[in-house]
Each structure stands twice: as structure tokens, then as C-alpha cells.
Write a new protein. Structure first.
Lengths: 133, 133, 133, 133
């Protein structure tokens, strides 16, 4: 997506690893949208009562990914404690949502795909955290 | 991005035009991230006082695109008045932000690229509105 | 809440009616939180399948109110087209959510209270729009 | 605000301490709005270049508080790891923003008031975390 180009045009880029940063932003956006879509698809399923925890964690994960995606996008005057804690919160939300979506993956394709997106975003968050040290 | 696949797996897809819908969601995400990145890059520019209006409209546009991207993603039990009004608000924010970013495009590449993303998102919103009637 | 004091400390306040503005921001915050809470309470109700449309409109209304609350809070270099369109989108979301919550008000207290918050926020949005002209 | 009443009407309230929970939600809302307003007021100050880091941390704190306020509001099928990590991220953002706002408190009343709101939200987050154990 085009926003990646804008990240590279910052006059004073942050010291964070560029590749890890850009993958984290993109995965946060994709995961936020995936969880919003999975929660909505679940609301229309005939076994809706089985999907209550899935919907709740989808909503949490969408909120965590949206906030973290915005915070990680900012490169001006960063505070690494804020960035690290936000990424950790995002990783926790992604992991919980992935585990719950996987319980429904056999019955619902949207849960199977959403679980994979959450797993990938969790890994990308961990990778970026590892570069921060 | 993978979320597009989840949109197609909804058990009862909305009656909105699928292609127009998916482009709108993707452009809203890209525009929200682009405006967040452009506001942040502007904060680091040496001519920051010239960019105040740009930053303010970037922040508005990021908020409008984030909300509209979420609302348009939902296909369960849609209310077309809510969806149309949200897309119209998004288009208004994109237009205002594009016009302001264009005033700085000659001096700041991030404003030039962001203006193009905002123009495209404005057009995609208009296209989706046209299919709603 | 304390944020109201910060609104009054802006070095160059916007020309919008101060009282109408502050009520709109506060009602948007209250309505966003109320709709988030009502959607969540509905997810735990035994007649959940009857509440699907209510949850969907709660989520839309929370997103619209969050974005509009942020946009209306900003007084620097305002664009009245952006502000008006955002308030109109918020009013539309509040109205749709109020109407749906009212259908469940007899059975669920949280829907009854949430409907009243949505009605009030709709009115406050209309009042602020009337001062913009 | 009225949303507090809806929190109490949840059919299966979470096991979190009710008072600590409600104060956390309210302080997150107030802090998100305060930081949005402080960033905007700072954008209009004549010493704007001195306030760049303040604006950046205001924006981060608004995003963290908005996400955490939503996540903590949900009582259905909670995942305590997600909730704890989100509150910790919020507390980190509030602390960093408070420290930066305090550096400008002598010159800008909105920074002085915003710092106090951030300090209070940080404490309320810590208090809720302490009840989770």
C-alpha cells in the first residue's frame, strides 16, 4: 500500500529497523481489518452462540492493532517504552485471538484465515520487539 | 492484504457492489495510515509552522478513514443511511486533506504522495456511494 | 470531565459555539462508551440471535462517535465542511442505533439506557450543526 | 457519564473489581480527550517547535487510552492477559505523556492540566492492574 512510501519520506527516520517497522505497520492494519471482518462474519453465523468469545477477542484485537499501528507509524521523537509496551499489548491480543479463532477454524473459513493473520501479526510484533532490545 | 479474503467469506454478504466495497475498505486503510504518517513527517519538518493546517486535516482524515473503513467492512444487517453518511464524511475529509497537502507538494514529497492517496480514497468513496444510489 | 477545561485553554478557540461544542464532545464520548458497553452486554444475553442488528449498529455508532468526538475536539485551522459532514455521519449512526436499541428496551435495560444516550447525542449533534448554519 | 450505568447492567459482569474498572474506563476516556485537545492546542502555540515531542506523545496517549478504554469496557469472556497488557501499554503512554507535558506546564496551562489527567489515568491503570494480580 502507498503509505509505506510516506514512511520512507520522513525527514528524520526513527532508529528502528526499517523493514521490521514497515512489516509491523502493515500487519497491524491487515489484522485490525481482518478481526473487524471476522467478528462481523461471526455475527451472521447460525452457531453464533458458540462464537461469542471469538467476537469479543476479535474486537479487542482490532482495537489493539489499530492503536499500535498508529503508534508504530510515528517516527518523530519516539519513546521506546511506549512503543514497546504497545507492541507487547498488540502481540498479546493477536495471540489470544489466534488461539480462539483456531478453535473454530474447521467450521468457519473466516476464522481459519483470521487466525493465520493474527499469528503472523504476533510474529511481526515479536520481531520488531527483538530489534528494539 | 489478507483481510480481503475474509470479506468474501461472510455467510450473508451485503448487497453492496463487491468490487467497489473492497476498494473502499482498502483505500480507507491506506489513507488512514498515509495521513498518520504525513502528520508525523510534517511534525519533523523545519517549516513546521507552515504545516499546521496540513497536520490538523491529516489527523481528521485519519480518524474519518479509520471509522469509515470499519463501518464499511461490516456486512451484517447494514443500515444504508449510516453507511452513506459515513462514506460522505470520509470523502469530505479526504478532499480537504488532499487540497491542503497539494499546497505543500512542491516542498514535501510526503505531502505530494499523501495528497494522491487522499484523492484516490475520495474517488473510491464517491464510486461506492454511486452504487448505493 | 477534566478535558473540558483543556478545550477552554486553546490559544485560538474556534468560532463554533462553545457550549454546543463542549456538549457535543462529551455526548460523543459517552455515546461511544455506551455503545461499546451495550454491544458487549448484548453478546452475553441468552437471546443473542435477536440482538445481532443491535450489536452491529452499536459497533458502527461507537466508531462514528469516537471519530467525530476527536474531530470536533480540534479547534486549530478547522474546515467546516469536514466538521459538518462528520457530525452528520455521527447523527445518522446515533439515530439508527437508538431506533434499534428501542426495539429491545422492554427486555434489556442496557438497550433502554443506550437508546437514551444515542437520542441525546443525536440531538446534540443537530444542535451543533444548527449553530454552524 | 451515563455509560457507567450500562456497565452495571451487564448480564454476567466480569470478576474485575467494579470500582477500579469503572474509574479506569472513565479516566481512559478523559485522558484520550484531554490528549487530543492538548495536541491541538499545542499546534496553535507560537512556540510550536518546542512542543513537537509533546504533540507526538499526546497522539500516542490518545490512541492507547482509546483502545484500552474499549477493551476494559468489555466484560464478556475476558482474557486477562490481553486486558493486563493493554492496561500496561496505556500506563506507559500516560507516564511518558505526563512527563513531557510537565516540562511545558509553566508556560502552557493546557499542558499542566493534561499532565495531571495523564498522571491520574496512569495511577488508575496501576490500581486496576493491582486488583488483577
Amino acid at each position: 500500500m502507498t503509505f509505506q512510501e510516506i514512511i520512507t519520506l520522513h525527514p528524520h527516520p526513527s532508529s528502528l529497523d526499517r523493514n521490521a517497522l514497515q512489516r509491523c505497520i502493515e500487519d497491524c492494519l491487515d489484522c485490525a481489518a481482518s478481526c473487524t471482518a471476522c467478528a462481523d462474519a461471526s455475527l451472521s453465523e447460525s452457531d453464533l452462540p458458540m462464537l461469542v468469545r471469538c467476537i469479543r477477542l476479535n474486537l479487542d484485537c482490532a482495537d489493539a492493532c489499530t492503536a499500535t499501528g498508529r503508534i508504530v507509524t510515528r517516527q518523530t521523537a519516539p519513546d521506546l517504552r511506549v512503543i514497546s509496551a504497545s507492541i507487547e499489548a498488540c502481540a498479546a491480543a493477536c495471540l489470544a485471538c489466534a488461539e480462539e479463532c483456531e478453535r473454530h477454524a474447521a467450521h468457519h473459513e473466516h476464522c481459519r484465515v483470521c487466525a493465520a493473520v493474527c499469528r503472523r501479526c504476533k510474529q511481526t510484533c515479536d520481531d520488531l520487539l527483538a530489534t528494539i532490545g
